[in-house]
Design a protein around this ligand. Structure first.
Ligand code: ACO
Length: 336
């Protein structure tokens, strides 16, 4: 029997209109464009300002974009997974809310929390459903409203994050394309260095948790940086080696966009040049589960069937991983 693989057949995205740039941030906290650009590489981020709207607002718009451009009817979708750390509510799943908003009625769905590696974790689950023959059209949403958990008086974190929603369509193929290999790892002992302390079952919301600012992101940036630099590069090099991909064979590295210095260090360890790396952190910041598909969305027109692409991420947990994809279509077909 021919091997069935999952392949990405379209990319959709939505970013909110409002732009928070370094100039505006420097009026809110003691920071500067110069510090943010040299230490992180971000100029601006998009922020969802609509009252009462959460991650599903952006996820639903990204799915609508995806379905329209790929000519997929909502009722054809048979699974919708949502990677996010900022669900609309603790329950029900944001995946269910998005499906309802876009009219997807013949699918089940659930959320996956892998923080900044969430997109890779979720792609892997989607691929397993397709490879087993259980599902034929799977939508993977990567969406986060990071502004909902950012403390805009903390200069060490508020400059880093932005909001965005993205969606990928995955379908089966027997051609020599698609998701070919994945390495996913986790080390829960890193959980104290990057987390949102309250709002879950350990510390439900009280006056005290709010007063202590425990509902915001806490990050020990230096420790996270140290682990991110080595681990993202380790898995990226490992996946190249075990699939015999030389630096010349690689069309694109699509790294999670947390810090330009982490991206450069990864590319250097892989022996590839900057022009083989998708980088848009300058315009969006770290949108957690949305960074990787947002890159694929922006570069889609340049992607060619058969391109070797490595996705790589590191995030809270700690979680990290790399995915090797042979791209399944000429992106130019959507950009006539
Ligand atoms: N503006 C000006 N100065 C600042 C700012 C700012 N926005 N933020 C921090 N500083 C100051 C600090 O207070 C410190 O000052 P001090 O020396 O007087 O104490 C100095 O700059 C250096 O601070 P560091 O934290 O050491 O700065 P660093 O170079 O490490 O950069 C950063 C901080 C950008 C957060 C970096 O550590 C980083 O990128 N970490 C990893 C982020 C990451 O990959 N996260 C994982 C994904 S996110 C997820 O999973 C949700």
């Amino acid at each position: 029997m021919e091997k069935v693989r999952a392949t990405i057949t379209g990319v959709g995205a939505y970013v909110p209109e409002y732009i928070l740039d370094n100039h505006e941030l420097s009026k809110m906290v003691d920071t500067s464009d110069e510090w943010i650009m040299t230490r992180v590489g971000i100029k601006e981020r998009h922020i969802l300002k609509e009252e009462g709207e959460g991650t599903s607002f952006m996820g639903a718009r990204a799915v609508e974009d995806l379905l329209k451009k790929t000519g997929t009817k909502p009722e054809e979708v048979d699974l919708l997974l949502c990677a996010t750390v900022t669900p609309d509510h603790p329950f029900p799943a944001t995946a269910n809310i998005i499906a309802d908003k876009v009219g997807i009625k013949n699918a089940h769905g659930f959320d996956i929390n892998g923080a900044c590696s969430g997109l890779l974790y979720t792609l892997d689950v989607a691929a397993k459903f397709i490879e087993s023959g259980a599902k034929k059209k799977v939508v993977v949403v990567g969406a986060d409203k990071m502004s909902s958990i950012v403390d805009y008086t903390d200069r060490t974190t508020c400059v880093l994050f932005g909001d965005a929603g993205t969606a990928l369509l995955l379908e089966p193929t027997t051609e020599d394309v698609g998701l070919k290999d994945t390495i996913l790892q986790a080390d829960g002992s890193g959980r104290h260095y990057l987390y949102q302390k309250a709002g879950g079952s350990a510390y439900p919301a009280t006056h005290e948790t709010v007063d202590n600012k425990w509902h915001y992101i806490y990050q020990d940036g230096k420790t996270v940086f140290k682990h991110a630099v080595s681990r993202m590069a380790d898995v990226s090099v490992e996946i190249m080696k075990r699939n015999n991909i030389s630096p010349e064979d690689l069309a694109w590295l699509v790294p999670h966009q947390a810090n330009l210095r982490i991206i450069d260090a990864t590319a250097q360890r892989m022996g590839i040049s900057r022009d083989q790396v998708m980088i848009n952190i300058e315009r969006y910041g770290n949108t957690t589960a949305a960074t990787i598909p947002l890159c694929l969305y922006e570069w889609e027109k340049d992607l060619k069937k058969g391109d070797n692409i490595i996705l790589a991420a590191f995030g809270a947990g700690f979680t990290w991983g790399a995915t090797y994809i042979k791209w399944g279509y000429d992106g130019s077909k959507f950009h006539k």
